[in-house]
Ligand binder design. Sequence first.
Ligand SMILES: [Mg+2]
Length: 275
Amino acid sequence: MTDRFVVFTDLDGTLLDHHTYSFEPAAPAIERLRRNAVPLILTSSKTMAEIMDLRRRLNNQHPLIAENGSLLAIPENHFRTGDRTKTERVWPRLMGPGYQQIVKVLQQLREEHGFQFEGFADWDAERVVEATGLPAADAQKARERLASEPIQWRGSAESWKIFTAELERCHLRTLRGGRFDHILGAQADKAHAMQKLLEMYTEHESDVRWQTIAAGDSPNDLSMLEHASIAVVIPAASGKTLDAAKGDSTLFASDPGPVGWNAAINEILDRFQLP
Ligand SMILES: [Mg+2]
């Protein structure tokens, strides 16, 4: 048995600078992971279309996790032949109900209960640009949803309680984000998708003992950090750092975003004497 690492990383505020969206300061550690054949799995609340853009710029050819763990995307042939050809094609694999199903449930609940909310499914391209603050081309990619729906809640706190209970009854859950509340499958989260992907790596290379490194800065990263062999806690740009369990297997980066990411990943690779 040989030990090998696979890295799962959040994007906004973790690998990407919270303000500039740059990953440049992380380039040395990214290159070092590549040199050691350590898969780098982009793991985000973003859609597959949005992540594919960044994946191209990073020259990354690994699977990815999108929409807060609602879907895994596996490059063509990745686990089939071991031939990691430079393909642009990835196959999405849903980890819960699909987008149409989620939107249908939301519309039914709104009709039955008169819940006050609006979501991407209610909006045209222009309105999504307005609500997200994204440039038009990026907002278009954010609209290419496969397994979760961002909404803005306009109702009361009491009504929210009834809404979440109704969602639960329909095997859905809510996840609070910066601008939106995300509606996704009850079982879908980043940690679950990480476990699923790890099973695929183990099945593909059964003589390897895969160790996971997970990096994140927000509450929606916490379960992923808790399930990883080594957790990298990136201080949040807002100043409120995640309350993760302390111990030998948790690294608290000293700087936010890609600067802290770079230092922490290098420290781990040093610790395991990887060149
Ligand atoms: Mg983040």
